[in-house]
Design a binder for this molecule. Structure first.
Ligand SMILES: C[S@@+](CC[C@H](N)C(=O)[O-])C[C@H]1O[C@@H](n2cnc3c(N)ncnc32)[C@H](O)[C@@H]1O
Length: 177
């Protein structure tokens, strides 16, 4: 593992860090949280965070760090493709980084309270220039994320190449009705 790979696993997403001031402090959900770099960052900034991932090792690692740092984190081991239900109307913030499962979008929308925000960043089809993921199932088309959240108020949207090795789309959008 290179040091930049290690940073990517342990440091919170720069997109999340850069936009912290926009986010409504409250109840947050991190979908496919991995070892919790973003969930732990939010917990350290006053959010009440829940996280979900199907890797028990990753969830346990996140819980261990939360315990060591005295951060409140509730984390579940669950397979998002096996009927995981996001509770409706309870989250002020839902985040998802580096994971695409299109069937989750209705649940993400329903899970947010009115006024709540979604922060989403994952790979686009341009990622094939750099390597994995290559499966179109896991790659956003151009404008796809923007179109999916058309019924939300878009606060930020961008498609870009990061560090010459990641092609991503990044969105912050607010549930308005
Ligand atoms: C590339 S990692 C991203 C982790 C984290 N969001 C981040 O950016 O650091 C993708 C994560 O999705 C999780 N994952 C993949 N398929 C899943 C599924 N069906 N249910 C739950 N988690 C899943 C993996 O265990 C992994 O932690």
């Amino acid at each position: 593992m290179t040091s930049s790979d290690h940073d990517a696993l342990s440091k919170p997403s720069q997109f999340l860090v850069d936009n912290l001031d926009l986010l409504p402090v409250g109840k947050a959900l991190d979908i496919a949280m991995g070892a919790g770099r973003n969930a732990l960052f939010l917990a350290a900034h006053g959010f009440t965070v829940e996280g979900v991932d199907y890797s028990a090792d990753s969830v346990n690692q996140a819980l261990k760090i939360a315990h060591e740092k005295g951060l409140p984190l509730v984390a579940f081991v669950a397979d998002l493709e096996a009927g995981y239900q996001i509770q409706s109307d309870i989250y002020d913030l839902i985040i998802c980084f580096n994971y695409l499962q299109r069937s989750l979008f209705p649940g993400i929308k329903a899970g947010l309270k009115i006024g709540g925000l979604v922060v989403y960043e994952t790979f686009t089809v341009d990622q094939v220039m750099f390597g994995r993921p290559r499966n179109p199932e896991f790659l956003l088309k151009h404008n796809e994320l923007l179109d999916i959240f058309r019924d939300f108020r878009t606060l930020f949207y961008r498609e870009e190449i990061v560090d010459n090795r990641k092609a991503v789309a990044s969105l912050i959008a607010q549930k308005v009705k």
